[in-house]
Design a protein. Sequence first.
Length: 437
Amino acid sequence: MVTASAMDGALAGAEEADRRAGNAALRKAAWRLLPFIILLYFVSFLDRVNVGFAALTMNHDLGISAAAYGTGAGIFFLGYFLFEVPSNVILERVGARRWIARIMISWGILSVAMAFVVGPVSFAFVRFLLGMAEAGFFPGIILYLTFWFPGTMRARIMGWFLVALPLSSIIGAPFSTWMLGTNLLGLRGWQSMFVLEGLPAILCGLLVWRMLPDRPSDATWLRSDESAAIERALANEAAPGGHTTLMLALTSGRVWHLAVIYFGIVVGLYGFSFWAPQVIKSFGGLSNQQVGLVTVIPYLLAMLGMVGWSWNSDRLGERRWHIAIAAFAGAIGFAASAVTGDPVLKMAAFTFAAIGIYATLPVFWTLPTGFLSGTGAAAGIALINAIGNLGGYFGPSVIGALKESYGYGAGFLVLAVGLAVAGILALTTPARAPVRQ
């Protein structure tokens, strides 16, 4: 006769075997997908922020003032905002492979077109179109990752994906500033930079069609039992309340609360990214290539901080304090950089701010993916990203507007306030049960 304890033991053994099979399948999926997705975001962010390095010579060549540059650099996010939600809803319906390929090819073409702007008006116009073209890419990838990886490991997965942000500057900074001194096919250095850094997006868009399966069941490199194990892992922690509708996501107070938090983070992120080369150049005595090398320092340390902080968040199953502490660190760094005149101390403060900003990002994106699902997830994630990325317009623009009258310090104090508010609001986010491995 089979006893109850024997049956319980058999069930526990089966569950343990299923868990091990699921973890093995998830590791396999991570190794196959993440390197390529990191490459895609690397190219995306490089094409978004290389304008900061181009500005070292482009602004003089085209007669673009600090205020006009700040507005033109930031107007990217207005186009991004307008098309973000519809783009992500389309992606959820037609599949990531088709839509991300379209996004990358169109933004690659427009990134190359940046080489041929002739003044402040055309500069702002092409930047606006570039934002329209890229709309939906980042939230689309965030949504795509939820089709593959459960919440227990999502901060780590987001951390490895988002490592492309500082990595694009670590590699892109010295390359972009080196390009400023070259002349390719009769183009000025900044024009050559836009061409050479825009072409990879087009190539990657073509590769997406072949290399990015929409769901685990579509992956030819997964066995049927492996794809089934991943699907079971995801089903076991489906978002509370089941499928989230489009309207519910767009009218959710929790979604808008997260959008405001993300706005404060992004104010700091792009205020730093678009102006860091010029601020470092203002220290004096550095060539453009040396500026590129020095710019690597904060991004390298930010990359390490991002990975370690997201791992710790998953380890502890805690989100809110991890976001808040990192945001407060970014605020302290910007405030310190605003009040010190010593270049070494200013650079140290800048680096501390970068570490704080980047550490918030992977942990933050575990929050909306933890309670949204279905079409509502596509719309809600896109709305959070769209509203938040308006901070990418505000941050660079306010620095440009204040610099001409008050210097860089006043703008950095504004960035500090934005991050401090984001940290405070993060602590008021409704808590969920801890997520543990």
